[in-house]
Design a binder for this molecule. Structure first.
Ligand SMILES: C[S@@+](CC[C@H](N)C(=O)[O-])C[C@H]1O[C@@H](n2cnc3c(N)ncnc32)[C@H](O)[C@@H]1O
Length: 885
């Protein structure tokens, strides 16, 4: 076991591990999942968003034309008629072309359910690292985490008063559809106008299958390959909303999200959409509509690959479409690139000044790179004249000769003062009858960044099938935000935006429907190490900005006025404090709660795919799931199957949807509660179904939950409702993803199945021997899973665990992991990079244990209970709470 090491040889290089503090910034106290009940957290009415009919220029044109036509119809005087006709013609000229697609005309408004975002986990990387810190030498334990303060953990009465007692800021990683997330931020949290920058990297509207990565640890995904199709119900739902009608539903999907993103944006904020050449023109037209033509900033081209083999012209770039909320108030920080040899910007510097002050014209062949450029200081000659006549005559005397002005021109600086300074600085050159200003390349050693970004992916290591190069996001963030500003990415993927925002001291919120994506992003953020950028005013936190490197910008004006050159700030080059290391700040992992499954009595019309009603009054989904149960039963481990002699729809109950009887010598009554189709089964449903089941007569022996996905808290509750406590057996079963993806697959298996989900197999034990005697440790053995290849339920070994977390003092509200493990991580993944970067700080043996399935020794906290969350390679989570008597 770890823990008996000699003092580290690196102890003199120890660095404190820091995080940036967003002092003074607050966020809503949205509900911790453990405190959610139907009473404490009530959904608000759905919010309706409507498109302004006048936004459609054609409609606007039509309405104004009919007004003018009315004037004409009224037979007004000829002069009025002419005026009206000319107004009509002006309108026609001003009319903007606009985009139309199938479904647009019907989609003038849409409703979004207003739900709370539930906090499931509070992750503080520094707390997790604390358990593996090198205790030798001078390592000081850090002061308590933000999440352990009283403000974060108020007494129950205050804690359930959601949205009333703001907390200190922590960043947010949210599992759920972007529309629901953004609506919750707007409606429940009042965040309109608080976001400085939105970065959207949607699936590009092409090749659906390859946009969703089904496994945490495998990023090769092929479009159209059945095994690579995601199994996540919410992701399938997102797909159906987005692509089912091809580009038409894609455009509706993007436009709706842009509308909400715009509301969240600050008046000085920016929105970027990343897209490929297939749909760039369509998305730009959409953004014209949502943001207004006048708020377009740039279309940035960035190189995604080097040369590419192709039958025609190879495509090597992707695009960023950039709009401002209000162009006239846009926050913009100019970035600069170092000048490099071979830059095309150098082409115009076509002279060399030799050591003898002789100016030599560089031959075109040398500028092209075919010949070598003669040695010397490179420069160009630029005009000394500006347009417009001078107020007074301005003769310029140089080397005893007077240079009169040409008509309609004046000197850029007064010859008598500024001109003399330029001559003294050796900046004036005469060629024939003309004077020129000599500008050296080194007057400004950097170049302003423009809209063409080359070589952006070089050296890029991918974690996610469709990952963006961090440099792309970095430039967008640095151009449009300051430290402490809030960045939102509603298409999180592997968390590139969050990671880059974290690196640059920005606050961030990001979301994704895919649990695989959320797991990857969580892992990435938890294990990241960054440079510590020096703060402008340390006592004010990161919102005060960084200390940046600057470069002098020598200009004609500064020389003429005898002023020091202007210092340009290099926003991408803050000063680094090498004496400190930095990890991600605290962040919460949240989720959009599942929509409540409707009672049959409430389902009146087929308004949602999930609940379309069959003729019997049962939903189509429920009847299909019932058929699957009747046909194949529920499979268990070792080839066991629970078979049913009947499975019938249930009337008169709200949460129980089917009544069944098992086959066999001793038939047993089973009542069944079905979860939602495209969302996880939630805790609330477990509680309410149990309440109904216990009032039934005769009392059923088994309460079976069948779902497409389950919230880990709900799974934990089912595990805790033992026959000894309830007099009933609670079973939890997952329905095969094939049921709702068969139309998307080339080869659907003939019989989709329902299989029993066991509780995660977790052992808590007291250490009886050695230095850690009396402390505790946990070992995870994995959990059962359904093998889609063999069709059997197998005892999942630990080898399918992508991530597991241990909260050694679970407060029943949300998980605060103190130890986090990545058993599947490869040699360079998981904690490895962090361990390498923080060699002196981290105990190598201890951190090696963070790859395993046995925890480090720990002392129990005051709540006398621990929580273990296990996430498998498909992002499926299960939670186990173990109280200690
Ligand atoms: C192209 S990827 C983003 C990759 C990301 N830029 C990165 O660097 O990893 C698009 C992401 O959007 C997510 N997505 C698609 N539809 C969504 C929706 N309606 N709400 C939230 N996320 C969605 C997908 O699951 C996918 O992870």
């Amino acid at each position: 076991m770890p823990g008996k090491k000699q003092p580290s040889r690196n102890s003199e290089r120890k660095k404190p591990i820091e995080q940036y503090d967003h002092k003074g910034k607050k966020r809503a106290n949205n509900p911790p999942v453990g405190l959610v009940t139907p009473q404490t957290d009530q959904d608000r009415p759905a919010k309706e968003y409507a498109y302004d009919p006048h936004i459609d220029p054609a409609l606007q044109f039509d309405s104004q034309r009919s007004q003018i036509e009315r004037i004409i119809d009224k037979g007004l005087a000829a002069e009025k008629l002419e005026q009206a006709k000319s107004a009509l013609s002006t309108l026609r000229k001003r009319q903007q072309p606009y985009l139309n697609w199938a479904g647009k005309a019907e989609h003038t408004s849409f409703e979004v359910p207003t739900v709370s975002l539930h906090v499931h986990e509070r992750i503080d990387p520094r707390t997790i690292i604390e358990a593996v810190r090198n205790r030798n030498g001078n390592g000081q334990p850090h002061q308590g985490s933000l999440f352990e303060t009283r403000e974060e953990n108020p007494p129950l009465r205050e804690a359930i008063d959601f949205y009333k007692h703001p907390h200190n800021w922590s960043n947010r990683l949210i599992a759920g559809d972007s529309l629901l997330v953004m609506n919750s931020l707007l409606e429940k949290e009042g965040m309109a106008g608080q976001v400085q920058m939105v970065y959207i990297d949607p699936p590009y509207g092409i090749k659906y299958g390859s946009n969703f990565q089904p496994f945490v640890n495998r990023r090769e995904v092929k479009d159209g390959k059945d095994e690579d199709l995601t199994q996540e119900p919410e992701t399938i739902r997102a797909f159906r909303d987005t692509w089912e009608l091809g580009i038409h539903s894609f455009l509706t999907y993007i436009r709706d999200r842009l509308l909400l993103a715009k509301e969240l944006l600050n008046v000085s904020g920016s929105c970027f959409v990343q897209i490929s050449d297939e749909n760039v023109h369509l998305v730009r037209a959409l953004m014209d509509e949502v943001f207004g033509v006048g708020h377009f900033c740039n279309l940035i081209t960035f190189q995604k690959t080097g040369s590419i083999a192709s039958a025609g012209l190879g495509s090597t770039v992707d695009y960023l479409i950039w709009y401002a909320k209000d162009q006239s108030r846009l926050k913009y920080r100019q970035l600069f690139l170092p000048r490099k040899r071979g830059d095309t910007s150098l082409d115009r510097y076509d002279y060399i000044e030799t050591d003898e002050n002789e100016l030599i014209k560089i031959p075109a062949s040398a500028i092209r790179g075919d010949d070598t450029i003669p040695p010397g200081r490179r420069c160009r000659l630029t005009t000394l004249l500006s347009d417009g006549d001078p107020a007074e005559p301005q003769p310029f005397e140089f080397e005893g000769e007077l240079f009169p002005l040409r008509h309609g021109k004046h000197w850029k600086t007064d010859p008598a003062t500024g001109g003399r300074n330029l001559i003294r600085a050796g900046r004036i050159v005469r060629q024939g009858k003309t004077l020129w200003y000599k500008r050296y390349v080194d007057d400004f050693p950097v170049l302003p960044l423009d809209d063409r970004w080359e070589s952006i992916q070089i050296g890029q290591e991918l974690r996610y099938a469709v990952q963006t190069a961090p440099l792309v996001v970095q430039r967008c963030i640095l151009m449009t935000t300051d430290p402490g500003d809030l960045v939102l990415d509603p298409t999180c993927g592997s968390g590139t935006t969050a990671d880059v925002a974290e690196q640059w001291g920005r606050r961030w919120i990001t979301c994704d429907t895919s649990r695989v994506a959320v797991t990857l992003a969580k892992q990435r953020l938890m294990t990241a190490v960054f440079d510590y950028y020096k703060l402008a005013h340390p006592e004010e936190g990161v919102g005060s900005g960084f200390k940046y490197r600057t470069v002098p910008h020598v200009m004609l004006k500064s020389i003429a006025n005898n002023e020091p050159p202007v210092a340009e700030t290099l926003y991408d080059q803050p000063s680094i404090d090498n004496g400190r290391a930095r990890v991600s700040g605290p962040f919460t992992v949240e989720a959009v709660p599942a929509p409540t499954v409707k009672a049959l009595s409430e389902v009146t019309e087929p308004d949602e795919a999930d609940d379309s009603v069959a003729r019997s009054g049962e939903t189509l989904r429920q009847s299909e799931w019932r058929d699957v149960l009747l046909g194949g039963g529920v499979r268990g481990k070792g080839g066991q199957v629970i078979e049913f002699s009947r499975v019938e729809p249930f009337g008169g109950t709200r949460w129980l949807h089917a009544d069944a009887e098992t086959k066999g010598a001793k038939p047993e009554r089973v009542v069944i509660s079905f979860g939602p189709e495209y969302a996880p089964l939630e805790q609330r449903q477990v509680e309410l179904a149990w309440e109904e089941a216990r009032q039934l007569s005769p009392r059923p022996s088994i309460l079976l939950f069948v779902y497409s996905d389950i919230d880990p808290e709900a799974g934990k509750d089912i595990g805790e409702l033992t026959p000894a406590k309830t007099g009933m057996t609670f079973l939890s079963a997952k329905i095969d993803a094939d049921v709702w993806t068969k139309d998307l697959k080339k080869k659907a298996r003939t019989s989709p199945s329902v299989w029993l989900v066991g509780q995660p197999d977790v052992v808590l034990r007291k250490i009886r021997r050695g230095e850690e005697q009396g402390q505790w440790e946990v070992e995870v053995h994995g959990f059962d899973y359904y093998n889609t290849v063999t069709g059997n339920v197998e005892s999942g070994g630990a080898d399918r665990i992508a991530l597991w977390m241990l909260d050694t003092d679970y407060d029943g509200r949300s998980l605060l992991p103190r130890q986090v493990f990545f058993p599947m991580a490869g040699q360079d993944e998981g904690w490895t990079r962090l361990a390498k970067n923080l060699k002196a700080e981290i105990d190598e043996e201890l951190i090696e244990a963070y790859r395993g399935t046995t925890s480090l020794a720990f002392k129990l906290g005051k709540h006398n209970r621990i929580a273990v969350k296990i996430v498998d390679d498909r992002g499926i989570e299960s939670l186990k709470i173990i109280p200690v008597e």
